[in-house]
Design a protein around this ligand. Sequence first.
Ligand code: PLP
Length: 427
Amino acid sequence: MKYQRSSALFDEAYQYIPGGVNSPVRAFKSVGGVPVFMKSAKGAYLTDADDNTYIDYINSWGPAILGHTHPEVLEELKIQAEKGFSFGAPTELETEIAKFITQSVPNVDQIRMVSSGTEACMSAVRLARGFTGKDKIVKFEGCYHGHSDSFLIKAGSGAATFGNPNSPGVTAGTAKDTLLARYNDFEQVQDLFRHHHGEIAAVIIEPVAGNMGCVLPENEFLQKLRTICDENGALLIFDEVMTGFRLAFGGAQELYNVKADLVTYGKVIGGGLPVGAFAGRNEIMDHLAPKGGVYQAGTLSGNPLAMRAGLKTLQLIKSDENFFQNLAKTTETLDFEIGKILNGKGIAHKINRKGSMMSVFFHINRVSNFDEAQRANHSLFNNFFHQLLKNGIYLPPSGYETYFISDAIKDREIDMTLEAVRKFEYS
Ligand SMILES: *Cc1c(COP(=O)(O)O)cnc(C)c1O
C-alpha cells in the first residue's frame, strides 16, 4: 500500500494542529509510523486518502457498532438537517430518547445528555460529590474516564496514599482527592475505604475495561464493589461509555446483574455523532440543576442531529433480538481462529474478550490489571499492527486498546482478517 497522500496531509496538519491530530492516539505515536488519514467509510470498510481500503476494527472507537454510515441512520440525519441543526431550547426528541433509554436500561430513572464521554464522567463525579457531601473518589489504574483533571491521576508511592498528577496542568490539590487501586484487587479498595473512612464519595470503574486493552472483572469484583459502596455510603459509578449498548443493551449492569448508582454513556449512544450521557435513580438525579443545586449545562447538549443519530442507532440495535449474540459470536470466532494461527506460529499470546470487545496481548500469562497489560510485548504488538494494516486490517494503533467489532463484520471480513493474520511474520 502507498501512503503518500496521508504522509503529505500529516505533514501539513502538523503545522496547524498540535501533533497533527485532534486526539492523541490517532497520531500512531505508540506504534510508530505515519497515521493514515481517512476520507470515507461504509459498513465494515474505511477508505483512506490514498484510496486504500481497510476492514475497520476501531469503528470510531465504538460508536459505529452497526458499521459505518448505516442507511437508516443517514436518512434520519438528512431529515433532521432540513428541520434545523440546533435550537438551544428543549425538543420532544430529547424526551423520546430519554424515555427509550430509561425504559430499556436497568436501574435508571433519569438521564442527562452531554456532548462527550469526558463530560459525562466529569459531571457524574460532581453529582456524586454533591449528593454525598464527600470529596474523594476511587478509580482504578488503567481505566480511562475521559480527560477531566480528576481522572488524569497516577498512583503515588505506596498503594494506599494519594494519587499524583499524570499530566502537567493537573494540580496537586485535585490529585489528592483521587485514590488509585489496582483493577480486580478488592483488598486495595478495602484498604482505601479503611484509610479514608467517611471521605469517599464514589468508586468509578469501567465494568469491563477497554482502555488498557480489554480486561475483564474477576471473582465477583463488581459485586464486591457494590457491597463496599453500600456499607460506606459511597456511590458506585459504572463508566459504560464503552460497554453501554455494546455488551448488552443495558450494558454491564445488565450483563453482570450489578446495579450502579450512576452510569455514564458515550460512543454508541450517539451513533457516530458527539454524545455522552449520565443517568441514575430519581433521588440522585434530582440533585442536578435546575431542579437541584449541582450545576451542569451544555450549549449543544441534546443536539437534535446527535439525538436523531443516537436514537435511530439504539432502536436498530434493540429491534434485533439476536444483535448482541451475533456480535459476540463474530468476536468469539475471531478470538479462536486468531488464537489458532498464533499458536501455529508459536507466538505466545493471551486474548481477552467480552461480547464485542477483544484484545490480543502478546503475553504468556493472563492480563487482569494494568501492570500485567504493561508486561505484554508491546513492540511485537506494534509489529502486528503494521503488518495487518498493510494487509488492509485497521486495528487500534496501540496495544492498550480494545478492538470494537461491528455488526457489519461478516464471514467475508472474518476470512480476510484471518488471511492477514496468517501472513503475520514474527520478527
Ligand atoms: C472513550 C471513553 C471515555 C471518554 O469519552 P470521550 O467521548 O472521548 O470524551 C470515557 N470513558 C470510557 C470508558 C471511554 O472508553
